[in-house]
Design a protein around this ligand. Sequence first.
Ligand SMILES: *Cc1c(COP(=O)(O)O)cnc(C)c1O
Length: 238
Amino acid sequence: MASDDPGRIAENVARVKGRIAAACDRSGRRADEVTLVAVGKYVDLQQTIQLAEAGCVDLGESRPQQLWDKADHWTGPPVKWHMIGHLQRNKARRTIPYCSLIHSVDSWRLLKSLQQVGDAEEMEVHALLEVNISGDASKHGLTAGELPEIIERLPALSRVHVGGLMAMGGRTAAEVEVRAQFAAVRQLRDELSANAPEGVSLAELSMGMSGDYEIAIEEGATLVRVGSVLFEESEPGL
Ligand SMILES: *Cc1c(COP(=O)(O)O)cnc(C)c1O
């Protein structure tokens, strides 16, 4: 998967952006309604910088340590960091100052930790609630049933601003199933939104990865987290 050729990464970024624009077009959405979060977790700092140089402003990492290391040694154009993987509470304090958005909040306890860090650092924390839609027990995330109570309690967290939901499609699911899962996340969001306390907006839907981001966009994603296809080699003969 590794690529040393900056041209290849730039080509891959351009191709993915083209597909995002086409998926927006098909579903009657504007291209600027969808943000590409380029996931650099497979590659080193230099190749992550190549992503930024190829025009990716939003970068995702799934491991806190990797995010800290890259951000601390960054020499590329300015970027916004997204934490997309599981965040342990004891890593919240160190991680939050780097991040524009934490996609993967999966407990009330973590929300309370984010609030404490926000208070201590005097900063606002932007987050999404991760929902486990595939029912895959190995995955992190809140169940649909746990969400209403948590959303009800959000106004108590003055520093934490939850802006929507994040979900992963089932890895092995067929396209129709993935589409149904994404549609279900969107519907769940619509229902939760309709009943959310004043001041709580759930406009963002972070869903879709390399294998399914176009489907996710058609089903309402506002953030897609795309990694592996940004680093792939072109097919022989092309
Ligand atoms: C790795 C990862 C992605 C990107 O996956 P690809 O299939 O490589 O595009 C997206 N979201 C999360 C949470 C990840 O861990």
